[in-house]
Design a protein around this ligand. Structure first.
Ligand SMILES: *[C@@H]1O[C@H](CO)[C@@H](O)[C@H](O)[C@H]1NC(C)=O
Ligand SMILES: *[C@@H]1O[C@H](CO)[C@@H](O)[C@H](O)[C@H]1NC(C)=O
Length: 306
């Protein structure tokens, strides 16, 4: 018979083995071309779910794209409903699809913790996975990007604003400015609200200050941003587009009026592409509601991948 002591000893060894196995999620051990959940990638206060997609052929020093889903969505849904993974097969980058742990699956884009550099909550959980990928998978730290739709767009602004040292660019599809929702003690987006309805109107300086407060000591280059929004959006009303323009142009020190604003041959009729500088573009989609469809190929161009 086994003694209690030896059972406990086996249990301890087993747990240690699990821990070592989990902590050594090497790039080679990740199955190719399927969405795979990873664990134990670092500090993750809210237990954000984390899924990786590794294409058959990974580029040397691959780029990494964090793709954040909308409310009611999941990592699986955003993966299945986008071309990010199939384009990874062409371009050899890695993908992280985080999954929200909250009821309703919105992201925490409003707590003090999520809005502060290394402050905690969902944003830190996501960043921990990115740091893990850089440390263990050979990801090029100069090509770490964030994209997201709706609540995931808000999270993309949070990541760009609070972790400008980690992310080099962000694509914001149908979101709101950084730090737009009130901190009501709820960890997630709240609807309806002044912010969602486009009634929170601030100056560029006020909006920019919210970004600066996220990481007061930061003096490095900030991630470039491309925002997309529909004029018929009745979930996150269109003033959110123009408030984001005020915020990011002020953060970048760019003029608040575009240097060019044109239609593009590869975008549908009614889409205008306003460029304010190399770091900031704002695409407005006439007559489009919530959300603007994904234009993955254009995103990759902005990110310098394709
Ligand atoms: C760009 O031009 C379109 C009209 O062509 C306009 O609706 C839109 O507001 C402009 N974008 C910006 C950011 O000014
Ligand atoms: C917007 O215009 C800029 C400047 O011409 C260009 O570099 C960029 O690719 C355009 N973006 C989109 C999404 O069309």
């Amino acid at each position: 018979m086994f003694s209690l002591r030896s059972i406990l000893g086996f249990a301890a060894l087993f747990l240690l083995g699990q821990l070592v196995a989990a902590q050594s999620t090497s790039l080679a051990s990740i199955p190719t071309s399927q969405l795979t959940q990873i664990f134990n990638f670092g500090t993750n206060p809210n237990n954000v779910g984390m899924f990786v997609y590794k294409p058959a052929k990974v580029a040397t020093k691959p780029a990494l794209i964090v793709a954040s889903h909308f409310c009611t969505g999941s990592a699986q849904q955003y993966f299945a409903g986008s071309k990010f993974a199939s384009l990874a097969e062409t371009h050899g980058y890695l993908l992280l699809f985080p999954s929200s742990p909250h009821p309703g699956t919105c992201w925490d884009v409003s707590s003090d913790a999520t809005l502060k550099h290394n402050g905690g909550s969902d944003s830190l959980g996501i960043v921990s996975a990115v740091r893990f990928a850089i440390a263990n998978w050979g990801v090029d730290p100069n090509r770490v990007f964030a994209v997201g739709t709706s609540s995931g767009a808000m999270m993309t602004n949070v990541l760009a604003g609070a972790y400008p040292d980690v992310f080099k660019a962000g694509i914001v599809d149908s979101g709101v400015p950084f730090d737009c929702f009130p901190t009501t003690g709820q960890a997630v987006d709240t609807f309806p609200s002044q912010c969602a309805q486009g009634q929170l109107i601030l100056t560029g300086q006020q909006w920019a200050q919210r970004v600066f407060n996220a990481f007061p000591g930061f003096t490095g280059q900030r991630p470039k941003i491309q925002i997309w929004h529909g004029t018929a959006d009745t979930t996150l009303f269109p003033p959110n587009f123009f408030e984001q323009i005020k915020q990011w142009t002020t953060v970048f020190g760019l003029p608040s009026t575009p240097i060019s604003n044109t239609s593009e041959p590869f975008l549908p009729n009614g889409y205008s592409n306003a460029t304010f500088g190399p770091q900031f573009q704002a695409i407005l989609a006439q007559g489009v509601g919530h959300t603007v469809p994904l234009f993955e190929q254009q995103y990759l161009q902005f990110l310098g991948i394709a």
